[in-house]
Write a protein that binds this ligand. Structure first.
Ligand SMILES: NC(=O)c1ccc[n+]([C@@H]2O[C@H](COP(=O)([O-])OP(=O)(O)OC[C@H]3O[C@@H](n4cnc5c(N)ncnc54)[C@H](O)[C@@H]3O)[C@@H](O)[C@H]2O)c1
Length: 357
């Protein structure tokens, strides 16, 4: 892009998350130093495309190819099973790409997405949005500060009502061909990414799963224990657990609680994924707690790009520079997720994650 041009933004898939990004772009627009042009939108469900086009100002189109032709950057917001084919089309056209998480329904397709993006050298970003969350950015800073000592353990709980109901109302999440799997791949891939981000690479895992809703291939409870890569300072490894649940309690839309134990500091992330509160207790008895606007301003310098993930992506696309987090970061989460499923399928044996890139 040159400075005189507008950035033309297109959408493939016009459901829940596309609407979220569209509104987020609207908020980001005021602070961008270039203009956004709302280009094409395509959805196989025409009524959804019409509603999205009317609300956002995008032009309805009749194929993904038309959207790609009309746009400089394209958001892929379809069912997970469709991502790879659309990435192929977008990389062939050499356009910038925002792909929703998970990248694909399986590890091989996720790796192929990374290969295609590398080969075409396009700006690419993934919807692992918690990498921009002030709460997780602060937790990471607290964990790695020298006063904390070594990180020893983490307890991560994530629960929400199964998103085939309520405001999601998405039938595709109960179809393993479209979603790939259940609560771990579809939802808690965010949590695996946050464990990598806040603490470090996971080296081996052991897991169990249950299927309370009786939907083939869609686990609704998954618990896993894991070890992180040995610390350089001592060779000792932090260990932890994740419990991910899709229940039917409509009063609990999406809630996480994270407890991190370092040698000399205890940290919790509770409440809102973005605005905290993040609380901590030090071994000298001092405590801290940040939430809301205070948390946002305390972490502003720790977030290298724009705190709004969509603004960060559009800025990168406009300047033809790398975006964050990219598909390679997402592939690392897929590798860990894949190891967890292999363990769950094999009676919770210990499984090595393999090379962490
Ligand atoms: N980053 C996040 O926090 C987050 C949150 C929710 C969903 N997601 C991901 O976003 C993707 C979409 O989820 P959603 O909640 O928006 O689902 P949704 O059901 O609300 O919307 C998906 C839309 O894609 C359309 N679609 C399916 N295949 C298509 C194709 N080949 N071409 C064009 N349109 C097609 C459907 O008709 C539907 O309107 C999924 O991969 C999901 O995992 C990410």
């Amino acid at each position: 892009m040159t400075a005189s041009q507008k950035l033309k933004v297109g959408f493939i898939g016009a459901g829940f998350i596309a609407t979220y990004h569209s509104k987020s772009i609207r908020r980001a627009e005021r602070n961008l130093n270039f203009e956004i042009e709302r280009a094409g939108v395509f959805d196989i469900d025409q009524a959804r495309a019409i509603a999205f086009a009317e609300a956002s100002g995008h032009q309805m189109m009749t194929s993904p190819e038309e959207v790609i032709d009309s746009s400089d950057v394209i958001y892929i917001c379809t069912w997970t099973s469709e991502h790879l084919d659309l990435v192929r089309k977008i990389t062939q056209a050499g356009k910038a790409l925002f792909c929703e998480k998970p990248l694909a329904t399986n590890l091989a397709d996720a790796a192929e997405i990374v290969r295609l993006c590398r080969q075409s050298n396009i700006t690419n970003q993934v919807g692992l949005v918690l990498r921009h969350s002030p709460a997780y950015v602060l937790a990471r800073d607290l964990v790695h500060s020298p006063e904390s000592g070594r990180v020893m353990s983490v307890v991560f709980r994530d629960d929400q009502f199964i998103p085939i109901q309520g405001h999601y109302g998405s039938n595709w999440r109960s179809d393993v061909a479209k979603a790939g799997a259940g609560t771990l791949l579809e939802h808690s891939i965010h949590d695996i990414d946050m464990l990598h981000f806040v603490i470090g690479p996971i080296t081996d895992v052991s897991a169990r799963q249950s299927f309370f809703h009786g939907i083939s291939g869609i686990e609704d409870v998954l618990t896993t224990h894991f070890s992180f890569a040995p610390l350089q300072s001592s060779g000792e490894s932090a260990v932890g657990s994740l419990t991910s649940i899709w229940h039917d309690n409509l009063a609990r839309p999406s809630l996480r609680r994270v407890e991190i134990f370092c040698e000399k500091r205890f940290i919790t992330i509770d409440g809102d994924d973005w605005f905290g509160p993040v609380s901590w207790t030090n071994s000298d008895g001092s405590t801290g707690c940040l939430a809301g606007d205070e948390l946002v301003s305390a972490t502003r310098d720790l977030i290298q790009s724009d705190p709004n993930p969509d603004a960060a992506f559009l800025n990168s696309a406009y300047t033809n520079s790398p975006a964050y987090p990219d598909v390679a970061i997402a592939l690392s989460a897929h590798q860990t997720v894949n190891a967890i499923y292999r363990s769950a399928h094999s009676g919770s044996t210990n499984v090595q994650v393999g090379e962490f890139k």
